[in-house]
Design a protein around this ligand. Sequence first.
Ligand code: FES
Length: 529
Amino acid sequence: MTFQSSNHSTSIWHASSSIPRFPRLEEEYDADVCVIGAGIAGLTTAYLLSGAGKSVVVIDAAHIGAGESGRTTAHFFPPDEHYFQIESNFGKENAALVADSYRKAADLVELIVQSENIECQFERLPGYLFAGEGKNAAELDQEYAAAQNAQLDVQRVDQVPGLSFSTGRAVQFSHQAQFHPLRYLNGLARAIISNGGHIFDETRALSISGKLHDHVIHTPRAQIKAGAVVVATNTPFNDRVVMHTKQAGYMSYVIGVRVPKNSVPRVLLWDTGDPYHYVRLQPSENDRAEDILLVGGEDHKVGQDEHPEHRYRVLEAWVRQRFPMAAQVVYRWSGQVMEPADGLAFLGRNPMDDKNIYVITGDSGNGMTHCTAGAMIVADLILGRANAWAELYAPSRKPVHGVAEFVKEQANTLAQYGDWFQGGEVESADEIPAGQGALLRDGAKQLAVYRDDQGDLHVLSAVCTHLGGIVSWNPAEKSWDCPCHASRFEATGEVLHGPAITALERATLNEKYDAPLKPGVSHERPEVR
Ligand code: FES
């Protein structure tokens, strides 16, 4: 069975995976640990804890890999908050701890792949950081020095070997890694079940009550009682405000381009641009003579670009300038990353609750690594074991080292509430073509109006159900995106990404705004998958 994403675009992983499906939770359930979210963070945590003898239940609002784990490029390379920045903000000792966590997270994945016989194309390969366009090489020198201080195996090279374009000087990091994330999740799920754990699809966690060792997780049809709760939902839904002031949601874009096999070396690449580009290869499933070159970047804050499709074109131009062998673009998709204000992920106890609720968030551009390291930290905390990284990554830490970024993001968030006072984007539903959405002001109300491919209108309140921001239409993913704290909703209003937990409210359209679709107006679909 081909796995379906609830987003509009389809990643190469979704297009090439068969994911097991599990029933919905219909009856009360008791477990030592309830893990909410069946992505890399949640399933790795469940795997570690079930392997240590805990009874574990995993629930997901959709199903395994339905969130951002299926929309990553699935690489393990150094933190996108560079080591020299971490060293400057947190000190050399802590930069070495970050390096240690990155190394051991990739090692754990490799160990799990081997011990559980997971066929997920896990591969060790070198990674290269080179200067982005218009950037000088000074950052490379700083990163090389900081990586050496952190005892990493790094080399300076004058050019990334085997590439047909000039990268200039680069820093080589040995022993990085990549894999197929959904096939890995498939293997983790199998191992969790074999360890005695349970997984339930289509079971959204609505709230968590209780305290200490008696938590109740409320879902639409039944409750779960658990001693500990792990919230592994990319951004935590259980924390209304605090965590959402410490991080900001960004969309990142990826294209997959056909290239002749062996025409691009098997390496990981990323540059010092802001936003930066990231590059990897994936074997083509359809043609043994080809690879798919995956290139990502062009990030922007969620809900703050009305016409994001142009970002795919910019990415493609970047690729064609550097990889002349690049043929047809066959994939394009976007994913969401949470950028922590101080550059380090938030992995550990939720700061607002008692000591047995945990969060794994702030994945930044290193989701595979942070989710795995987060699972290791949380599993140790639950099992009462010491963990050398726990204090550094503690979600309760104050943004002492990212104050400027923190202030900038908060000002940006506040500015988004100004959308309450804006006029609508259209004056009548008549202006909305099939397959598209737009905001329409009806007196004091802001409405989010979507016209589906059949021409039927779906009228919703444009007020985000998290903390009242005004959503905006994302034509690339056909979703309603909130620019405040990065909640995202399906075109028909259902929650696609937290922190919101409830759908956009249904609304009605004053008939003076309701007009049939203009004859001849249609939506043109992209040719790529
Ligand atoms: Fe917080 Fe929308 S995500 S107001």
